[in-house]
Ligand binder design. Structure first.
Ligand code: GDP
Ligand code: ZN
Length: 288
């Protein structure tokens, strides 16, 4: 991690303090001792003396305590890639970051096309994931989005050409935070390095502007049960005959029944099967 010659920059209220990490917090060979986004306590003599428990930690880029991952697509130009949307959702659950979905460029759509998108995104409601249909160009839905992201730390992911930079530019302050500046918290602070930009929002909050969150690589899921846990809609789905049911070809499967009855979105289930196959053949079975 680039710590800028061993210094950390912590923002408390309106000041930025150049700090050292207290020795006891240093674990040898560990690059995640103290990372961008950490909420820390500092002493009078500018030592980081405590790092608060993280709600999440991403490795590439190395950053902690992200409130939301915005998964952004365009309604058209380019069309929504629903499989990619599902991969980004999976990654967001894996890293314990709450996702929200933005569909930009709705100025290019007619009502019919809008309705079709609403229908295909309907499964998000059941997962308690908010989605925004917006147009950066026509300023539709932007205020609501701003209000929602206020005071939060948000990362952006999605394919290129969907208007991520346009939205980020619109949301952020004129002033781009320089390396080392960080957040405003009384006696606590966040710090940054050159690796990751935290951009300050006009009304409060931060945007993380790094391409890492657009990655469509499947995360390091160790086994089928871990994969199943990344599908929130599979929770509490009544009874499968087998305790360790993989919801594939087993008889009396509660998940398959829920798919048949329309309780679980079919496209999501098909996506589950596809990821299962991919992980099984490309990773889990490799050393058997
Ligand atoms: P990024 O690659 O995701 O960062 O996308 P950009 O922000 O570079 O935008 C890609 C293109 O989409 C640019 O030509 C923008 O002008 C255009 N664009 C962005 N937002 C909108 C929008 O709401 N409506 C329309 N029609 N075009 C947009
Ligand atoms: Zn089952």
């Amino acid at each position: 991690m680039n710590k800028i010659q061993g210094f950390y920059y912590v923002k408390c209220e309106d000041n930025v303090y150049e700090c050292k990490l207290r020795g006891i917090l240093k674990r040898k060979e560990s690059k995640d001792n103290c990372v961008v986004g950490d909420i820390v306590e500092i002493s009078e003599d500018s030592s980081i003396i405590n790092i608060y428990e993280r709600k999440n930690l991403v490795e590439r880029p190395l950053v902690a305590n992200i409130d939301y991952l915005v998964i952004q697509f365009a309604g058209k130009d380019p069309d929504i890639d629903y499989e990619r949307l599902n991969i980004l959702l999976l990654r967001s659950f894996f890293y314990k970051i709450k996702p929200i979905v933005i569909i930009n460029k709705i100025d290019l759509l007619n009502n019919e096309e809008l309705d079709e998108i609403r229908e295909r995104l309907d499964f998000l409601k059941k997962l308690d994931i908010k989605y925004f249909l917006i147009s950066q160009k026509k300023n539709i839905g932007i205020d609501e989005l701003k209000l929602f992201l206020k005071d939060n730390t948000t990362a952006f992911g999605g394919p290129s050409g969907v208007g991520k930079s346009s939205i980020i530019n619109l949301l952020q302050n004129e002033k781009k935070l320089e390396t080392g500046e960080t957040s405003k918290r009384l006696r606590r602070g966040k710090h940054t390095t050159k690796d990751t930009n935290l951009l300050e929002l006009v009304g409060g909050g931060y945007i993380i502007d790094t391409p890492g969150f657009s990655s469509v690589e499947l995360p390091d899921i160790k086994d089928a049960q871990e994969l199943i846990a990344l599908f929130p809609e599979f929770e509490n789905r009544g009874t499968c005959k087998f305790n360790n049911c993989l919801h594939l070809n087993e008889p009396s499967c509660g998940i398959k029944n829920a798919v048949d009855s329309g309780d679980i979105n079919k496209e999501r289930y098909e996506f589950y099967k596809k990821v299962y196959d991919k992980l099984k053949y490309e990773r889990w079975n490799r050393y058997e």
